[in-house]
Design a protein around this ligand. Structure first.
Ligand code: PHE
Length: 338
């Protein structure tokens, strides 16, 4: 048995002598030092020897194991120190993918709408989110105690003036544009609007609108209708179905709303369209003569139309979702789909 031990020791030392990389060292471990390896086999054999022989042979075997383990440890250490002195950059690794943001679906819609109206000759104008009662209501022909003021629950801002508020629609920008420019005027006005409303799948307290205004000589309702029609077709495709309904706004006369076939049920009637088959996307009408007068434009000489889209609504139709809140939750998984 001593002979066997010496043979194995010589064999292992011979192998260790020529090892110069981690792979071979690992192979050595698998060949000799594992539980089922030849060294352990000798320890197993030791147990079967008569007790008188055990001490001597056991000692020899332990010396053998210790020698090999020490040598193995030395080689391992020197290989590791070699590795750490090599360059640590692995040029063969694939590059890290960088995270790219994208436009929010609301702003994708806004971009598309601006593009469509720009092609129809509209410029873009902006107004302040914080407005006063005059621009948001008075100039737009809302009478002081007119119930129409209740149509839009307003957030007022505490101030000495008592008439400062968050605009409830983008229509006050119409007033600002008309006060500054002489007709012909052809402008769209996108922006955020605010209403003191309960948040639900259909409404938010803060959302976006895009206002449109066209003032010139002899502008007719037919032009308004045609413009809305072209918009709907460019936004939703040639086959989109739409309808005009009479409506009321203090600042337009006559007033209308345009509906589009519900995208979810295709007009059959469902939860989203309140079982009517139609979804309202825009309020519009011919600018009221009082509004023109308030802004210094002679209603005898000029006429015009105005419209106001809810951008969230247009977006819901465009991407096919039935809960407006999804657009304001900033859930990355939701947003990264668009
Ligand atoms: N300002 C109206 C609203 O917020 C929409 C509208 C704009 C209606 C312009 C007619 C003309 O509901």
């Amino acid at each position: 048995m001593i002979q066997e031990i010496n043979n194995l020791k010589a064999e292992m030392l011979g192998k260790l002598e020529i090892i110069n990389n981690a792979k071979d060292l690992e192979q050595f471990r698998l060949d000799y030092l594992v539980k089922k390896g030849p060294l352990q086999a000798l320890f197993d054999k030791l147990k079967t020897l008569p007790n008188t022989e055990k001490p001597l042979i056991g000692k020899e075997l332990n010396v053998c194991r210790k020698t090999i383990e020490e040598k193995f440890g030395d080689i391992k250490q020197s290989l590791e120190s070699q590795v750490s002195s090599e360059p640590t950059i692995d040029l063969t690794l694939p590059g890290r993918r960088s995270f790219k943001g994208s436009y929010h679906p609301i702003y994708q819609t806004l971009d598309k709408m601006v593009e469509i109206f720009a092609n129809l000759g509209f410029t873009v104008a902006n107004g302040p989110d914080i407005e006063d009662d005059y621009h948001n209501f008075d100039a737009l022909n809302f009478q002081a105690d007119h119930p129409a003021r209740d149509m839009q629950d307003t957030f007022f801002i505490k101030s000495d003036r008592n008439d400062v508020l968050l605009r409830t629609h983008t229509s006050p920008v119409q007033v600002r544009v008309m006060q500054l420019q002489k007709p012909p005027i052809r402008t769209i006005m996108p922006g955020r609007v605010y209403r003191n409303e309960a948040i639900s799948s259909r409404s938010l307290a803060e959302f976006h609108q895009i206002e449109g205004l066209y003032i010139d000589k002899n502008v007719t309702f037919a032009e308004l209708k045609a413009t809305m029609m072209v918009f709907a077709q460019k936004m939703y495709g040639e086959n989109i179905k739409f309808r005009f309904r009479p409506s009321f706004f203090p600042f337009t006369e006559p007033s209308a709303e345009m509906d589009i076939t519900c995208y979810l049920c295709n007009g059959k009637g469902c939860r989203v369209c309140k079982h009517s088959g139609w979804l309202e996307v825009v309020g519009c009408g011919m600018v009221h003569p009082n509004v023109l007068k308030n802004c210094g434009i002679d209603p005898e000489e000029y006429s015009g139309y105005a419209f106001g889209f809810g951008i969230e609504r247009v977006t819901m139709l465009r991407i096919g979702i039935d809960d407006i809140r999804l657009l304001h939750e900033n859930n990355y998984k939701f947003l990264s789909q668009f």
